[in-house]
Design a protein around this ligand. Structure first.
Ligand SMILES: Nc1ncnc2c1ncn2[C@@H]1O[C@H](COP(=O)(O)OP(=O)(O)OP(=O)(O)O)[C@@H](O)[C@H]1O
Length: 221
């Protein structure tokens, strides 16, 4: 079976401060299903995700997502950072999602009712509608991750980049989020690229692992 190349790195060197995250890396891979970006603390997983979003630039080489430079495909990629909404824990989770819908419409007018409909849609997709009226700070870790995932799903992206979506969750909550990611990938055809240290919980669901180590990135099916 021929798999589309979703991600292509051409001789990429990428740094964060004085740390070199990628040293002249070339690689191409599909991102269909669930892809785990693995590596020890501080190897540069977040920095690499930021570069794939076009937020950080390589000092050398080129990055392509589906044959486009990251900046040009930004609206097709949903992103969930490592922690969400720490600054506004007293605000209802629904308002966070509603605001995020507004922020995702790239300056185009977005009718209030359409905005609300999109917030309802993504909250339903992640099973978060039932608790979205509560303040973000009153939600459990797993519930907050569902709100973060809902925000990442705004605009129906084709790819989801998730930074440590399982961090701080107990085993049961981790399994619930993993099942949700499998559903999103299977039912909506979304390619999920996620960082996590929970390699054993994920071993049965990932399609491939990208291992980041010492400035090298290797794909393992
Ligand atoms: N803005 C920055 N300025 C300077 N150094 C940075 C910056 N951001 C990250 N770094 C450094 O770059 C390296 C990679 O950081 P990064 O957060 O990408 O690693 P990570 O693999 O995601 O880590 P973790 O698993 O702990 O989340 C680290 O040594 C970090 O200290």
């Amino acid at each position: 079976m021929h798999l589309r190349t979703d991600l292509r790195l051409e001789n990429v060197t990428l740094s964060a401060g004085s740390s070199v995250v990628l040293k002249g890396v070339s690689l191409q891979t599909s991102l269909a299903g669930i892809t785990l970006l693995s590596g020890r603390n501080g190897t540069g997983k977040t920095t690499l995700l930021r570069a794939l979003l076009g937020l950080d630039k390589p000092s050398h080489g080129s990055i392509f997502l589906r044959n486009a430079v990251p900046e040009d495909i930004r609206k097709d990629v949903g992103y969930m950072p490592q922690s969400i909404g720490d600054a506004a824990l007293a605000i209802p989770a629904f308002s966070h999602v509603l605001n995020a819908v507004g922020g995702a419409c790239w300056g185009l007018p977005f009718h209030w009712r359409a905005r609300r409909r999109e917030a309802e849609r993504v909250l339903k997709l992640t099973g978060a509608r039932v608790f979205a009226h509560r303040p973000l700070g009153a939600l459990s870790g797993g519930e907050r991750q569902r709100i973060g995932l809902a925000q990442a799903l705004i605009g129906a992206p084709e790819l989801l980049f998730l930074d440590e979506p399982l961090a701080g969750l107990d085993h049961g909550a981790q399994n619930e989020i993993i099942s949700l990611l499998c559903e999103l990938s299977r039912n909506l055809g979304i390619g999920v690229l996620m960082t996590s240290h929970e390699t054993s919980s994920l071993k049965d669901v990932v399609s491939r692992t990208l291992l980041l180590e010492g400035g090298h990135l290797r794909a393992r099916i």
